[in-house]
Every structure is written in C-alpha cells, then in structure tokens.
Design a protein around this ligand. Sequence first.
Ligand SMILES: NC(=O)c1ccc[n+]([C@@H]2O[C@H](COP(=O)([O-])OP(=O)(O)OC[C@H]3O[C@@H](n4cnc5c(N)ncnc54)[C@H](O)[C@@H]3O)[C@@H](O)[C@H]2O)c1
Length: 383
Amino acid sequence: MKAEDVKTIAMIGAGDMGHGIAASCLMGGYKVILRDIEQRFVDKGMAGIKASFDKFKEKGKMTPEAYDDAFKRLVPMVDIKEAVKDADFIIEAVPEKVELKKSVFADLDKYAPRHAILASNTSNISITEIASATQRPDKVIGYHFFNPAILMKLVEVIKGNKTSDEAIQVGYEIAKKIKKVPVIVKKDSPGFIFNRVNEPSLVLLSKIVEAGHPTPEEFDAALKPLMPMAPFELTDYVGIDVALHGLEYFAQVLSPDYKPSDAILAYLKSGNLGKKTGKGFYDWSKGRPTIDLAKATKEYDISHLIALQVNEATKLLEEGVADDPKQIDLAMANGGGSPFGPFALAQGIGYPVLLGKLDEIYKKFPLEIFKATKTLKEGNIKV
Ligand SMILES: NC(=O)c1ccc[n+]([C@@H]2O[C@H](COP(=O)([O-])OP(=O)(O)OC[C@H]3O[C@@H](n4cnc5c(N)ncnc54)[C@H](O)[C@@H]3O)[C@@H](O)[C@H]2O)c1
C-alpha cells in the first residue's frame, strides 16, 4: 500500500493523546473514525476536538468551511469491528499497559482489512512486542506523538524487528501530510530518540537531590535565563511521579544507573508530586514559583545538560537507532522547546568543552551512563 491509498484513519482511544491525534488527521484531510470503549469517553474526545477547532477558527487559523468540512469527516464510534472494518491506517492511543495494547492489537488484526497498517502511540513499550500479538508484524509501526498532539510537531516513526520499509514509508508520509515532522527510528529501542536523549539529565537531578547540593533553586537559577522552564521547575510541572516512572522504566530496560535515588523517591512517598499537589521541589500553592536568580550555583551551567544530551545522542548513532545526526537534531528540536538539537549546539560550543563538562559530572557521580562515548571523544560530528 502507498500513502496516497490511505483515505480512512481509525483512532483507537479518544483520551488526551487520541483526540489530539484525531484532530491532526482531520486537519490533514482524512476521514477519521474515533473509537473508545464507552460513549462517554468518545464524547469527551469529540468535545476536545471541538474545543481545539473552535480556538483555531476564532484565531483565523481555520476557515469556517474547513471547520465544517472537518466535522463531516469525523465519525464517533464504540463498536470496534465497525470502527476498523474500512480503515487503511489505524493509530492506537490506549493506556500504557503491555497486555492491554497486545489485546487491542490482536483485535485490530482480526477486524481490520488485510492491507491496513497498525500504528501504536506507545511512549515506551517495544513495538516488536506489540506486533507479536498480530499476524501482520510487518505492518505494525510505532507512531509516537508528543503532548499536546495537536500542536507538537514531532512524530517518531518506529521500526519493530519485523516492520517493513513500506509500512514505515506510509507512516512517514501520512505524518508529513498532517503537517508533523516525522523522524524515523530505525531500531526498536527504549525511549526511542527524544525520551532517551533527555533521560540522563533526569538522572543528574536525582543525584543532585541525593547529594543535597546545590538546592533545586540554586541549580535552576543557573539555567533559568536560558530556558523557558528550568529543570527542577519543569519536573514539578510535569509531575515528580511521572519523572520517577520514566527513571524506573529505564532502570529496568537499559541500565541500573537510571534507578531513582532514595532522596528523590522520598518526594513520591510524601505525596509531594509537584504542581498538581501544590508542592514538590517548589511551593506551587500560590502559582508558579519565583526563582531567585541571585542564588545561581557556580557548579553547573547549561553546557552540563547539553553534554549529557549529546553524549546520549551519540549512543543512538553507535547503536544504529538512528544513522543521521541531523535526524536526531530534528527530533530533539521538534519534540521539545529548544530551537536547536544537541549536535548543532555541540558544534557551536565545541566538543572539547562538552567533554570537560561531562567529565566533571562523571567525577561527581561515577555512573557508566555519564561516561563519554567514543564518538563524543572523537568530536567530529557535523550537522
Ligand atoms: N499523555 C502524554 O503526554 C503522552 C505522550 C506521548 C505518548 N503517550 C502515550 O499515549 C497513550 C495514551 O495516553 P493518553 O495520555 O492519551 O491516555 P488517556 O488515559 O488520556 O487516554 C486513553 C484512552 O484510551 C481509552 N481506552 C482504554 N482501553 C481502550 C480500548 N480497548 N479501546 C479503545 N480505547 C480504549 C480510555 O478510555 C481513554 O479514553 C499511552 O500509550 C501513552 O503512553 C502519552
């Protein structure tokens, strides 16, 4: 099948991600079937799409004609067989549980046309494992959007062990058609690209909390002028529980080095999870915390975080998860708030400087994941 043969997309799961992905597909001109397990969840997803489109219409980003046309192509549905029977491309965004995903994929395989490609928006689960629940592992791809899916550009298009190049190509072109920035992930590997490259910074935060210095505010104050949200502040904003979940997952599948420190786990135990509970590293009870820039530590600066990112990104090249540093940069720039990817930044700062910064981190916290790779030491990647 070619991308131009895809007319109908079925969206399985109408939650936070599902409704945003469905809205993006509608804006790309596709007929979209939105499916969830109960009518009330479908209704909530439909309301989410309407709220987004209302805003776009108000701001003049969507004409009244395009608005009406999009809703004509949107079909809400609870019955799974009906939802997928005419679909060419199916995107799953149900909760992140392996057994649930596998049972959903077994159903999709049973009820969808033979030519249909099945895509999973999983954040972490192995695509190969999800595909094993079907008789068509060649047509199963990872399709990782970022939150909020209607606005964020990056889509990681992930190859499982048995995924065909044709299925990857179709996924890639559909992502382009819905005006996203697709990046192909060549190997089914934990965290794919974006989450993997960012994770070591979280390990550093966890280690700093354990060491007891600098304080979160002293650390953030050093970085805040260069970032829309400083690292500890951002972790509070997303949720300390979410961050810990990520670390625990990486500790299980990649290296015990990711194991969260007892000091950071104490936040979870005390129920201080960040913004949503009113308290985390900061007090959020009166709104966004003010960070006193005068308290900035001299121990760390933004180059330490860039060093960690570049080092991890070189591992993706060494492991064959990606083979083009430009694609890694494209993923990093479009999945987060930074206009530049780590390799472009490294080129600007200089590899020897970053190597020195990484070495400083390693001397404080001698973990294998903080060790410079051969590629980083060679320092000759140009983008
Ligand atoms: N939220 C994020 O920031 C984010 C970002 C990237 C990827 N993801 C991934 O996207 C997936 C969905 O996450 P979410 O945040 O949208 O979750 P969510 O809980 O908001 O939505 C999940 C939806 O799936 C529905 N559902 C459950 N079983 C179903 C089934 N068998 N068929 C159809 N629908 C079913 C639920 O009723 C719910 O509406 C997860 O795999 C998650 O890891 C989430």
